[in-house]
Design a protein around this ligand. Sequence first.
Ligand code: AMP
Length: 299
Amino acid sequence: MSLLVVGTTALDSIKTPYAENPRLLGGSASHAAIAASFFTKTHLVGAVGDDFPRKYINLYRKHGLCLEGLEQLSGQTFHWSGEYEVNMNNRRTLDTVLGVIESYSPTLNASNAKLPYVLLANIAPDVQGRVLDQMSRAKFIVADTMDLWLNIARDPLLKLLKRIDCLVLNDSEAAQLVEEDNVIAAIPRIHKLGPKYVIVKKGEHGSILSSPKGLFIAPAYPLKKVIDPTGAGDSFVGGLMGYLASSKGGLEKNLRASIVQGSVTASFCCEGFGLQKTTRIKKSDITKRVRELTRMVAW
Ligand code: AMP
């Protein structure tokens, strides 16, 4: 089945201790939708400015994304720049220029409004909410978020949590959301805010799914070298939702398998700047790593 992904479609300027790359294709929706496209038909909803390079639209097309929901507005494309420390985990935002997304309110066409799987990738929670207002047949809704919204848009975020099936967030965001540093203790408190399913990402240490059937612990694919982790979280949830939308059978079993596919998809993201590696792999590369990872955790 098809998947709708809404979020930011951005230009990212990324600096690591080893290299610097300006104006790469980035944004939560770009990473998530391209990751999802390996598994299912994916519809992208977002806004770019008139400076958005044609080659990036072509890259979206190469991945078969449906672009009917991608608006080109007059003004600048959302631009984010960030810098990583030597450990490649600590990141500092250097600058954020909202550009056209400052006043962006997505309008879905009739076919996008009927899609069964919905990924509200990281963007302001009121924008995520306005997308949900227009969805008429959603079967499974997942939302991602970030510390910024916990700081400046807590109320709209809390309202959104009552309307979604699954929240995906990282361990520090989980601690901040419910003021509890222990992830395992934080999870039941997050369920109380609304979502029946909670997925906590722990970077290179994998992720935890909490569902009515209990906990599932998923590893990350071990990498010798990380070039740039920007977008890994978005690729994780994109791969996860793409795989889930393509699966038949029980939700719990499919979610577990989807998390493993999402982890592996995210591993490729870390091996290149921005989307450079992810846009060069094939689905068979993901399948091969999933097999390797499965062997690594079997006993
Ligand atoms: P991640 O590394 O998974 O946290 O995602 C990084 C991506 O998030 C980059 O491609 C950025 O363009 C995008 N991003 C950065 N800041 C924001 C923001 N405030 N809202 C939405 N997306 C953002």
